[in-house]
Design a binder for this molecule. Structure first.
Ligand SMILES: NC(=O)c1ccc[n+]([C@@H]2O[C@H](COP(=O)([O-])OP(=O)(O)OC[C@H]3O[C@@H](n4cnc5c(N)ncnc54)[C@H](OP(=O)(O)O)[C@@H]3O)[C@@H](O)[C@H]2O)c1
Length: 295
Protein backbone atom coordinates (compact mmCIF):
# COMPACT_ATOMS: atom_id res chain seq x y z
CA UNK A 1 0.00 0.00 0.00
CA UNK A 2 1.45 3.27 -1.09
CA UNK A 3 2.02 6.88 -0.14
CA UNK A 4 0.79 8.98 -3.05
CA UNK A 5 1.88 12.55 -3.79
CA UNK A 6 0.00 14.48 -6.47
CA UNK A 7 1.37 17.55 -8.25
CA UNK A 8 4.65 15.73 -7.83
CA UNK A 9 6.67 17.71 -10.35
CA UNK A 10 5.71 21.05 -8.77
CA UNK A 11 7.84 22.79 -6.15
CA UNK A 12 6.04 21.39 -3.12
CA UNK A 13 5.32 17.95 -4.54
CA UNK A 14 8.87 17.29 -5.66
CA UNK A 15 10.36 18.39 -2.34
CA UNK A 16 7.84 16.29 -0.40
CA UNK A 17 8.74 13.31 -2.56
CA UNK A 18 12.46 13.85 -1.97
CA UNK A 19 11.92 14.01 1.79
CA UNK A 20 9.81 10.83 1.74
CA UNK A 21 12.57 9.03 -0.14
CA UNK A 22 14.99 10.13 2.61
CA UNK A 23 12.68 9.01 5.43
CA UNK A 24 13.86 5.96 7.34
CA UNK A 25 11.40 3.09 7.15
CA UNK A 26 9.77 4.29 3.93
CA UNK A 27 10.31 1.86 1.07
CA UNK A 28 10.93 3.91 -2.09
CA UNK A 29 8.72 1.45 -3.97
CA UNK A 30 5.82 2.61 -1.78
CA UNK A 31 6.29 6.24 -2.84
CA UNK A 32 3.95 6.89 -5.77
CA UNK A 33 4.36 10.20 -7.56
CA UNK A 34 1.40 11.36 -9.64
CA UNK A 35 2.08 14.00 -12.25
CA UNK A 36 1.01 15.17 -15.68
CA UNK A 37 4.69 15.19 -16.69
CA UNK A 38 6.34 11.89 -15.69
CA UNK A 39 9.49 12.77 -17.61
CA UNK A 40 10.23 15.54 -15.10
CA UNK A 41 10.55 12.96 -12.33
CA UNK A 42 12.98 10.57 -13.99
CA UNK A 43 15.55 11.29 -11.28
CA UNK A 44 13.16 10.24 -8.51
CA UNK A 45 12.10 7.15 -10.49
CA UNK A 46 15.80 6.26 -10.63
CA UNK A 47 15.83 6.46 -6.82
CA UNK A 48 13.06 3.85 -6.66
CA UNK A 49 9.88 5.92 -6.58
CA UNK A 50 6.96 4.86 -8.74
CA UNK A 51 5.98 7.63 -11.16
CA UNK A 52 2.49 7.57 -12.67
CA UNK A 53 0.69 9.84 -15.05
CA UNK A 54 -2.40 11.48 -13.57
CA UNK A 55 -4.36 14.60 -14.39
CA UNK A 56 -7.22 15.87 -12.19
CA UNK A 57 -8.89 17.04 -15.41
CA UNK A 58 -9.01 13.42 -16.67
CA UNK A 59 -10.52 11.26 -13.92
CA UNK A 60 -9.78 8.07 -15.91
CA UNK A 61 -6.06 8.70 -15.46
CA UNK A 62 -6.57 9.01 -11.70
CA UNK A 63 -8.13 5.57 -11.32
CA UNK A 64 -4.92 3.99 -12.57
CA UNK A 65 -2.68 6.52 -10.83
CA UNK A 66 -4.21 5.88 -7.39
CA UNK A 67 -4.31 2.05 -7.49
CA UNK A 68 -3.07 0.74 -4.13
CA UNK A 69 -3.14 4.17 -2.50
CA UNK A 70 -3.01 4.07 1.29
CA UNK A 71 -2.36 7.71 2.07
CA UNK A 72 -2.74 10.47 -0.51
CA UNK A 73 -1.28 13.97 -0.38
CA UNK A 74 -3.57 16.02 -2.58
CA UNK A 75 -1.64 19.15 -3.51
CA UNK A 76 -4.00 21.94 -4.47
CA UNK A 77 -3.71 22.89 -8.14
CA UNK A 78 -3.42 26.40 -9.57
CA UNK A 79 -6.36 28.72 -9.05
CA UNK A 80 -8.91 28.61 -11.86
CA UNK A 81 -12.62 28.40 -12.37
CA UNK A 82 -12.66 24.59 -12.32
CA UNK A 83 -10.25 24.01 -9.45
CA UNK A 84 -12.87 22.70 -7.02
CA UNK A 85 -14.26 20.24 -9.59
CA UNK A 86 -10.76 18.97 -10.31
CA UNK A 87 -10.01 18.54 -6.64
CA UNK A 88 -13.32 16.71 -6.27
CA UNK A 89 -12.28 14.32 -9.05
CA UNK A 90 -9.07 13.55 -7.18
CA UNK A 91 -10.92 13.06 -3.88
CA UNK A 92 -13.36 10.71 -5.63
CA UNK A 93 -10.52 8.69 -7.17
CA UNK A 94 -8.66 8.43 -3.85
CA UNK A 95 -11.88 7.28 -2.16
CA UNK A 96 -12.56 4.67 -4.85
CA UNK A 97 -8.98 3.42 -4.54
CA UNK A 98 -9.63 2.73 -0.85
CA UNK A 99 -7.28 5.36 0.56
CA UNK A 100 -7.12 5.42 4.35
CA UNK A 101 -6.09 9.07 4.51
CA UNK A 102 -6.36 12.15 2.32
CA UNK A 103 -4.05 15.02 3.26
CA UNK A 104 -4.78 18.31 1.53
CA UNK A 105 -2.75 21.52 1.20
CA UNK A 106 -5.30 24.10 2.28
CA UNK A 107 -5.12 27.68 3.50
CA UNK A 108 -5.37 29.37 6.92
CA UNK A 109 -8.85 30.23 8.18
CA UNK A 110 -10.66 28.98 5.07
CA UNK A 111 -13.88 30.76 5.88
CA UNK A 112 -14.85 33.74 3.72
CA UNK A 113 -16.43 35.41 6.74
CA UNK A 114 -13.04 35.47 8.48
CA UNK A 115 -10.56 35.49 5.63
CA UNK A 116 -11.07 37.66 2.51
CA UNK A 117 -8.19 36.12 0.50
CA UNK A 118 -9.35 35.25 -3.01
CA UNK A 119 -8.35 31.59 -2.69
CA UNK A 120 -10.49 30.90 0.37
CA UNK A 121 -13.71 29.75 -1.36
CA UNK A 122 -11.85 27.05 -3.33
CA UNK A 123 -10.08 25.74 -0.24
CA UNK A 124 -13.26 25.82 1.83
CA UNK A 125 -15.14 23.86 -0.85
CA UNK A 126 -12.34 21.32 -1.17
CA UNK A 127 -12.12 20.81 2.58
CA UNK A 128 -15.88 20.25 2.62
CA UNK A 129 -15.61 17.69 -0.19
CA UNK A 130 -12.91 15.80 1.70
CA UNK A 131 -14.97 15.77 4.88
CA UNK A 132 -18.03 14.52 3.06
CA UNK A 133 -16.01 11.70 1.41
CA UNK A 134 -15.84 10.02 4.81
CA UNK A 135 -12.15 9.22 4.32
CA UNK A 136 -9.97 10.22 7.30
CA UNK A 137 -8.30 13.51 6.48
CA UNK A 138 -5.45 15.84 7.36
CA UNK A 139 -5.86 19.50 6.52
CA UNK A 140 -2.48 21.17 6.11
CA UNK A 141 -3.37 24.84 6.17
CA UNK A 142 -0.25 26.32 4.64
CA UNK A 143 0.43 29.99 5.36
CA UNK A 144 1.66 32.26 2.57
CA UNK A 145 4.99 30.97 1.29
CA UNK A 146 8.00 33.00 2.43
CA UNK A 147 9.23 32.67 -1.15
CA UNK A 148 6.31 34.91 -2.15
CA UNK A 149 6.84 37.84 0.19
CA UNK A 150 8.25 40.01 -2.57
CA UNK A 151 5.04 39.71 -4.55
CA UNK A 152 3.12 41.55 -1.85
CA UNK A 153 4.72 44.85 -2.74
CA UNK A 154 3.13 46.79 -5.57
CA UNK A 155 6.65 47.74 -6.65
CA UNK A 156 9.93 45.78 -6.97
CA UNK A 157 11.02 46.40 -3.37
CA UNK A 158 14.72 45.71 -3.62
CA UNK A 159 15.20 48.34 -6.30
CA UNK A 160 12.48 50.93 -5.77
CA UNK A 161 13.25 51.67 -2.13
CA UNK A 162 9.61 51.29 -1.08
CA UNK A 163 7.66 48.28 0.12
CA UNK A 164 4.17 49.50 -0.76
CA UNK A 165 1.66 47.25 1.01
CA UNK A 166 -1.94 47.20 2.15
CA UNK A 167 -1.35 45.21 5.35
CA UNK A 168 -1.99 48.13 7.69
CA UNK A 169 -0.47 47.02 11.00
CA UNK A 170 -1.33 43.38 10.29
CA UNK A 171 1.21 40.60 10.29
CA UNK A 172 1.58 37.28 8.48
CA UNK A 173 3.37 34.12 9.63
CA UNK A 174 4.95 33.31 6.26
CA UNK A 175 6.21 29.74 5.93
CA UNK A 176 8.93 28.26 3.78
CA UNK A 177 7.98 25.68 1.18
CA UNK A 178 10.64 23.48 2.76
CA UNK A 179 8.64 23.41 5.99
CA UNK A 180 5.39 22.74 4.10
CA UNK A 181 7.08 19.79 2.40
CA UNK A 182 8.60 18.49 5.63
CA UNK A 183 5.23 18.67 7.39
CA UNK A 184 3.47 16.91 4.52
CA UNK A 185 6.12 14.17 4.38
CA UNK A 186 5.81 13.64 8.14
CA UNK A 187 2.05 13.23 7.82
CA UNK A 188 2.32 10.74 4.95
CA UNK A 189 5.08 8.72 6.60
CA UNK A 190 3.40 8.75 10.02
CA UNK A 191 1.53 5.84 11.47
CA UNK A 192 -2.00 7.13 11.26
CA UNK A 193 -1.81 9.39 14.33
CA UNK A 194 -2.59 12.40 12.15
CA UNK A 195 -6.02 11.22 11.02
CA UNK A 196 -8.72 13.88 11.26
CA UNK A 197 -6.29 16.58 12.35
CA UNK A 198 -6.02 20.16 11.15
CA UNK A 199 -2.55 21.69 11.18
CA UNK A 200 -1.63 25.34 10.72
CA UNK A 201 1.62 25.20 8.77
CA UNK A 202 3.11 28.58 9.59
CA UNK A 203 6.48 30.20 10.04
CA UNK A 204 8.25 31.08 13.30
CA UNK A 205 7.25 34.75 13.40
CA UNK A 206 4.40 36.97 12.28
CA UNK A 207 5.86 39.78 10.19
CA UNK A 208 4.41 43.21 9.46
CA UNK A 209 5.06 45.34 6.40
CA UNK A 210 7.65 47.28 8.43
CA UNK A 211 9.37 44.00 9.39
CA UNK A 212 9.55 42.98 5.71
CA UNK A 213 10.94 46.37 4.65
CA UNK A 214 13.65 46.02 7.29
CA UNK A 215 14.44 42.55 5.97
CA UNK A 216 14.64 43.78 2.39
CA UNK A 217 17.01 46.49 3.58
CA UNK A 218 19.33 43.99 5.25
CA UNK A 219 19.14 41.31 2.54
CA UNK A 220 19.29 43.67 -0.45
CA UNK A 221 21.65 46.17 1.20
CA UNK A 222 19.45 48.93 -0.21
CA UNK A 223 17.35 51.12 2.06
CA UNK A 224 13.70 50.02 1.72
CA UNK A 225 10.89 51.84 3.53
CA UNK A 226 7.45 50.40 4.28
CA UNK A 227 4.62 52.46 2.80
CA UNK A 228 1.13 51.47 3.97
CA UNK A 229 -1.71 52.29 1.56
CA UNK A 230 -5.37 51.33 1.21
CA UNK A 231 -6.58 48.57 -1.11
CA UNK A 232 -7.63 50.84 -3.98
CA UNK A 233 -4.29 52.66 -3.95
CA UNK A 234 -2.39 49.38 -3.83
CA UNK A 235 -4.32 47.96 -6.78
CA UNK A 236 -3.87 51.13 -8.87
CA UNK A 237 -0.15 51.23 -8.08
CA UNK A 238 0.30 47.53 -8.93
CA UNK A 239 -1.55 47.95 -12.23
CA UNK A 240 0.61 50.98 -13.02
CA UNK A 241 3.64 48.72 -12.45
CA UNK A 242 2.31 46.18 -14.96
CA UNK A 243 0.19 43.71 -12.97
CA UNK A 244 -3.12 42.79 -14.70
CA UNK A 245 -6.05 44.23 -12.76
CA UNK A 246 -7.62 40.91 -11.70
CA UNK A 247 -4.26 39.65 -10.48
CA UNK A 248 -3.79 42.92 -8.57
CA UNK A 249 -7.21 42.50 -6.94
CA UNK A 250 -6.35 38.94 -5.95
CA UNK A 251 -3.01 39.91 -4.43
CA UNK A 252 -4.66 42.84 -2.65
CA UNK A 253 -7.12 40.38 -1.10
CA UNK A 254 -4.16 38.65 0.59
CA UNK A 255 -2.99 42.00 1.93
CA UNK A 256 -6.45 42.62 3.29
CA UNK A 257 -6.42 39.17 4.91
CA UNK A 258 -3.13 40.07 6.60
CA UNK A 259 -4.56 43.43 7.71
CA UNK A 260 -7.61 41.72 9.19
CA UNK A 261 -5.53 39.20 11.14
CA UNK A 262 -6.50 36.08 9.18
CA UNK A 263 -2.93 34.99 8.42
CA UNK A 264 -0.94 35.43 11.61
CA UNK A 265 -1.38 32.10 13.36
CA UNK A 266 1.67 30.50 14.97
CA UNK A 267 0.64 27.22 16.50
CA UNK A 268 3.88 25.27 16.72
CA UNK A 269 2.44 22.66 14.36
CA UNK A 270 5.49 22.69 12.05
CA UNK A 271 7.78 22.03 14.99
CA UNK A 272 5.52 19.28 16.27
CA UNK A 273 5.37 17.57 12.86
CA UNK A 274 8.99 18.00 11.78
CA UNK A 275 10.82 18.06 15.11
CA UNK A 276 12.57 21.32 14.32
CA UNK A 277 11.90 25.04 14.39
CA UNK A 278 10.48 26.41 11.13
CA UNK A 279 12.81 28.31 8.82
CA UNK A 280 12.74 32.10 9.15
CA UNK A 281 11.70 34.44 6.36
CA UNK A 282 15.16 36.01 6.64
CA UNK A 283 16.81 32.68 5.84
CA UNK A 284 14.49 32.12 2.87
CA UNK A 285 15.18 35.61 1.49
CA UNK A 286 18.93 35.17 1.98
CA UNK A 287 18.71 31.87 0.06
CA UNK A 288 16.80 33.49 -2.78
CA UNK A 289 19.15 36.48 -2.92
CA UNK A 290 22.22 34.24 -3.02
CA UNK A 291 20.67 32.05 -5.70
CA UNK A 292 20.94 28.93 -3.52
CA UNK A 293 17.16 28.56 -3.22
CA UNK A 294 14.34 28.18 -5.71
CA UNK A 295 11.68 30.86 -6.04
N1 LIG B 1 0.61 29.02 0.43
C1 LIG B 1 0.99 29.78 -0.58
O1 LIG B 1 1.55 30.88 -0.44
C2 LIG B 1 0.76 29.32 -1.97
C3 LIG B 1 1.25 30.08 -3.00
C4 LIG B 1 1.07 29.62 -4.30
C5 LIG B 1 0.38 28.46 -4.52
N2 LIG B 1 -0.12 27.75 -3.48
C6 LIG B 1 -0.87 26.50 -3.68
O2 LIG B 1 0.01 25.42 -3.33
C7 LIG B 1 0.11 24.53 -4.43
C8 LIG B 1 1.49 23.90 -4.43
O3 LIG B 1 2.46 24.91 -4.51
P1 LIG B 1 3.71 24.74 -5.47
O4 LIG B 1 4.64 25.83 -5.10
O5 LIG B 1 4.19 23.35 -5.47
O6 LIG B 1 3.05 25.07 -6.89
P2 LIG B 1 3.57 24.59 -8.31
O7 LIG B 1 5.03 24.46 -8.34
O8 LIG B 1 2.92 25.50 -9.30
O9 LIG B 1 2.96 23.14 -8.46
C9 LIG B 1 1.59 22.93 -8.56
C10 LIG B 1 1.38 21.58 -9.19
O10 LIG B 1 -0.03 21.33 -9.28
C11 LIG B 1 -0.16 20.30 -10.19
N3 LIG B 1 -1.34 20.44 -11.05
C12 LIG B 1 -1.77 21.52 -11.72
N4 LIG B 1 -2.85 21.20 -12.47
C13 LIG B 1 -3.09 19.89 -12.26
C14 LIG B 1 -4.04 18.96 -12.74
N5 LIG B 1 -4.99 19.31 -13.62
N6 LIG B 1 -3.97 17.68 -12.31
C15 LIG B 1 -3.00 17.29 -11.43
N7 LIG B 1 -2.07 18.12 -10.94
C16 LIG B 1 -2.11 19.39 -11.36
C17 LIG B 1 1.03 20.32 -11.12
O11 LIG B 1 1.74 19.10 -10.95
P3 LIG B 1 2.25 18.26 -12.22
O12 LIG B 1 2.73 19.26 -13.22
O13 LIG B 1 3.33 17.40 -11.64
O14 LIG B 1 1.07 17.49 -12.73
C18 LIG B 1 1.85 21.49 -10.62
O15 LIG B 1 3.20 21.29 -10.77
C19 LIG B 1 -0.23 25.38 -5.65
O16 LIG B 1 -0.69 24.59 -6.72
C20 LIG B 1 -1.31 26.30 -5.11
O17 LIG B 1 -2.58 25.67 -5.10
C21 LIG B 1 0.07 28.14 -2.21
Amino acid sequence: MSLVVTGASGHLGRRTAELLLETGGVDPADVVLVTRSPEKLADLAARGAVVRCGDFASPDTLRAAFVGARRVLLISIDAGSDRVDRHAAAIGAATTAGAELIAYTSYPNPDSGRNPASVVPDHAATEAAILSSGVPYVLLRNAIYSEYVGSFSSQPPLTAGAFVHNFGDGASAYVSREDCAAAAAAVLAGSGEHANKIYDIAGPEAMTGADLAALYTSVGRVEVAAVAVDDATWIADAVAHGLPEQAARNVASFGRAIREGALNQRTGDVERLTGRRPISVADVLEGLASGSADR
